[in-house]
Design a protein around this ligand. Structure first.
Ligand code: SAM
Ligand code: SF4
Length: 344
């Protein structure tokens, strides 16, 4: 398969798009598929209905849309999902997008993956200029891993990580902190990740999508986790900011970095620099709000990119100030969308 726009370089950056609150939008996350080979208990219901394949943007269309964003000043692209590496021929898109790294229009091309298919793709990702990847891993116990992912095998992820190491990819491990599930594993995972030279980030579970379980049973506030870790480790705040919701510390004893993503206990929407595109071409300006813009219709309405560029501008002009997640009994999800739809 050939990605047609391969030869069209993104014109060099103009000033970045700015939203009504003065935030520069320089980061696009793209959910390339809503499908996944896992069914993590906090992310998906057991019996998920996925989008019919005909509703998906083609890889060429995804490339075209990403390119428009790059032309509009996006400097960082993250592919996510669902599981990005289960999308058929996904490496064609990665290859196509890598031209923006070569031209300097894009600073970083990266992905978030569950690691199950990483062994097959790590070397090629590195060849495409991908430098860092996020791998989601909530436990190092094979039995617990099988339970939380419902369908996954830890061994596969470990093979994927070994391949990432061999390819020279920098790895950040993301773990959702889950009450009574991995609470006791957080310190051992910290030691393990830092021992392998990985960054480690903890995430609070967010109320996205009806998963068929009570989220109050899962929710573990990271304030508490941090407090407990501080009894054993020296956590030094570091100024690293990614424009995202993570705050980082350096752990003196391990020399590694630990991040806290706290959408529940603190939101950091004031520094939000991102928008999210789904595999059907819907643009969400906020993970926790329903408002969205359809980019598929303007994309398909003409060969040129003017219409879609206008639709993007109109969408950014209504990016909301922030979200207000609540996890409480009977509160229900903040949005009906699953994390795998909008792209985590
Ligand atoms: N499948 C890939 C993976 O798992 O890395 C990419 C998509 S997944 C939706 C992205 C991240 O969102 C994962 O780290 C996952 O743990 C996290 N996630 C999923 N549902 C979540 C929820 N309800 N609250 C917080 N994080 C969630
Ligand atoms: Fe799949 Fe990632 Fe969701 Fe787990 S968190 S079900 S791996 S999309």
């Amino acid at each position: 398969m050939h990605v047609h726009s391969l030869n069209e370089p993104a014109s060099q950056n103009q000033a970045p798009m700015t939203d009504p609150f003065g935030r520069a939008i320089t980061y696009l996350r793209v959910s390339v598929t809503d499908r996944c080979d896992f069914r993590c208990a906090y992310c998906m219901a057991e019996d998920m209905t996925f989008l019919p394949k005909r509703d998906l943007l083609t890889l060429e269309e995804l490339d075209r849309l990403c390119t428009v964003f790059v032309e509009k000043g996006v400097r960082k692209l993250r592919l996510t999902g669902g599981e990005p590496l289960v999308r058929k021929n996904i490496m064609h898109l990665v290859h196509a997008l890598s031209r923006h790294l070569e031209s300097g229009a894009l600073e970083e091309l990266t992905l978030t993956t569950n690691g199950s298919q990483l062994a097959r793709h790590a070397a090629e990702l590195a060849d495409c200029g991908v430098k860092r990847i996020n791998v989601s891993l909530d436990t190092l116990d094979a039995g617990k891993f099988a339970a939380i992912t419902r369908w996954g095998r830890l061994e596969k992820v470990m093979e994927g990580l070994a391949a990432a190491d061999a390819a020279g990819l920098k790895v950040k491990i993301n773990a959702v902190a889950l009450k009574d599930f991995n609470e006791d594993e957080i310190a051992p995972m910290l030691e393990w990740t830092h021992g392998r030279g990985y960054d480690f980030t903890l995430i609070e579970t967010m109320p996205l999508g009806e998963i068929g379980e009570d989220r109050t049973e899962q929710y573990l506030p990271l304030d508490l986790v941090r407090q407990r870790l501080a009894e054993r480790y020296t956590l030094n705040d570091i100024p690293l900011r990614t424009g995202g919701p993570a705050r980082y510390v350096e752990v003196a004893e391990t020399g590694g970095r630990l991040g806290f993503i706290t959408p529940m206990t603190h939101n950091f929407c004031e520094s939000c620099n991102r928008v999210r595109l789904t595999c059907t071409g819907t643009l969400y300006m906020c993970l926790g709000q329903e408002d969205a813009a359809d980019l598929r219709a303007p994309l398909r309405a003409s060969e040129g990119n003017e219409l879609v560029a206008e639709a993007i501008d109109a969408a950014i002009a209504r990016k909301p100030k922030g979200h207000d997640f609540v996890i409480a009994r009977n509160a229900g999800p903040a949005t009906g969308r699953f994390m795998s739809t909008t792209g985590g």
